[in-house]
Design a protein around this ligand. Structure first.
Ligand code: TYD
Ligand code: ZN
Length: 419
């Protein structure tokens, strides 16, 4: 791993080297390394997974950076088309207040499925994504996509070809990028002076409040508060003008920023959220250290529950094979001995193994047909949608284990009591 992982001593936002250590999961497999079934032992690439907080700008961050090409060059995470995400996306499009013909540039645009919503609303769209396999899918569906990381050069090239963007969008990818300054240079190279940048990230406050320790994996380099994003954007002449919360990926925020000279007013939600972050003590050490303590308890509780069910002869399977499921299984010491298989809708993952735990991934129909006694809901960020949909499984006596914030078992009130 020497060649693809390095320790980053300087904070990617403020450049300081002064860290509060928070949690360490030790040498951990890369969560997206879904293995072929015949992978020899040790085939998964591993890197240290350690979290710390910068004492300068309070960025919560991984201490190690894995080469982005190794993580994203061929990427098996495909943008969600779940009801939850599509409804959220439709709201973003409606709230953007753009006119027909306006240019929307999305970085981390994946298969282009979300840009397509802007296109249908009459906007011109360009995607940028380093995953060549996904950019190809996007181009195939007619969403022009540049298969490269988003940089100042790429931003300038898009501007030269298509003009300036009324909106630059980065959904659930900003926290995956080490050189955030390069990305913001890219934004400035393509954003219209009257345009707006919209960045959606999982919200640090939700991660801490709901003990979402499994959302920590090598792809997620940064865990942002609004305060830290504001500091970062400010370094690039971008002023935060609005912020909204969104119930996706464990609780996210969409932060809107505009060039400093822009006429946009700052909405009251910004000051409110910053004040709340202050009240929560994010500038001190307490919330992070308490989270670290609760993480250790959660790891033990989830692991003990699943191991004891397996020891009693109950079958447990994973519902979903998300990257966070890799962290969860590995951090809780669970393997294919305890969790027989995971179901996942993503064709690119089916037939493969979860890295580390080596739990095989199957299609949802196959997994449901095998009727495990318990589904460990690894994709808990879609809990309402999934549990609502799998009523028949519950009615037949099946149960879900929702692992965070604390493991809880869900069964149908009317179900035949499962032993
Ligand atoms: P997600 O939680 O979006 O992301 P991450 O990998 O960052 O943790 O991944 C959810 C996974 O769960 C994805 O592989 C698709 C899968 N999934 C299902 O199998 N069934 C479902 O009903 C839903 C909503 C997701
Ligand atoms: Zn910093």
């Amino acid at each position: 791993m020497q060649e693809i992982v390095r320790r980053a001593d300087r904070c990617r936002v403020c450049g300081r080297d002064d860290w509060l250590d928070v949690v360490s999961f030790g040498e951990t497999p890369l969560a997206g390394d879904f293995l072929p079934p015949d992978a020899p032992p040790g085939a998964e690439r591993r890197a240290p997974l350690e979290v710390a907080v910068c004492r300068g700008c309070r960025l919560m961050s991984l201490r190690h950076v894995v080469d982005p090409e190794a993580l994203f060059g061929h990427y098996r995470y495909v943008s969600s088309e779940s009801d939850l995400i599509m409804n959220h996306m439709r709201r973003l499009v409606a709230d953007a207040g753009l006119d027909a013909g306006d240019l929307v540039v999305e970085f981390g645009s994946n298969t282009g499925v979300h840009l397509e919503l802007f296109r249908r609303a009459g906007m011109r769209v360009v995607g940028v994504d380093p995953a060549r396999n996904l950019a190809e899918i996007a181009n195939g569906r007619g969403v022009e996509t540049v298969a490269e990381p988003f940089t100042a050069t790429v931003g300038a090239r898009v501007a030269a070809r298509h003009g300036r963007a009324a909106m630059v969008l980065g959904r659930q990818c900003f926290a995956h990028i080490h050189d955030v300054h390069e990305v913001l240079d890219g934004v400035n190279a393509v954003l219209d002076p009257a345009g707006v940048l919209a960045v959606e990230v999982p919200y640090l406050v939700e991660l801490l409040a709901s003990d979402e320790f499994d959302t920590i994996f090598h792809e997620h380099l940064s865990y942002f508060s609004l305060g830290t994003l504001r500091t970062l954007f400010g370094m690039h002449g971008l002023r935060v003008v609005d912020v909204r919360t969104a119930p996706v990926h464990g609780g996210s925020i969409v932060v809107y920023a505009a060039p400093r000279a822009s006429a946009r007013d700052e909405r009251p939600a910004v000051a409110r959220m910053l004040a709340r972050e202050d009240e929560l003590g994010l500038s001190g050490d307490g919330p992070y250290l308490e989270f670290a303590r609760r993480t250790e308890t959660a790891r033990a509780e989830i692991g003990d529950l699943v191991r004891s069910l397996a020891a009693e002869g109950r079958t447990v399977a994973g519902y979903g094979a998300p990257a966070k499921g890799s962290t969860l299984l590995n951090a809780c010491g669970l393997t294919s001995e305890h969790v027989r298989f995971c179901t996942d809708t993503t064709a690119l993952k089916q037939g493969r193994l979860m890295p580390g735990s080596r739990v095989p991934i199957v299609a949802p129909e196959e997994g449901l047909a095998r009727r495990p006694d318990y589904f460990l809901l690894l994709a808990w960020n879609y809990a309402d949608e999934i549990i609502g949909r799998e009523r028949a499984y519950l009615e037949a006596g099946g149960r879900f284990i929702v692992p965070v914030p604390r493991p809880r078992v869900v069964s149908a009130p009317s179900a035949v009591a499962a032993p």
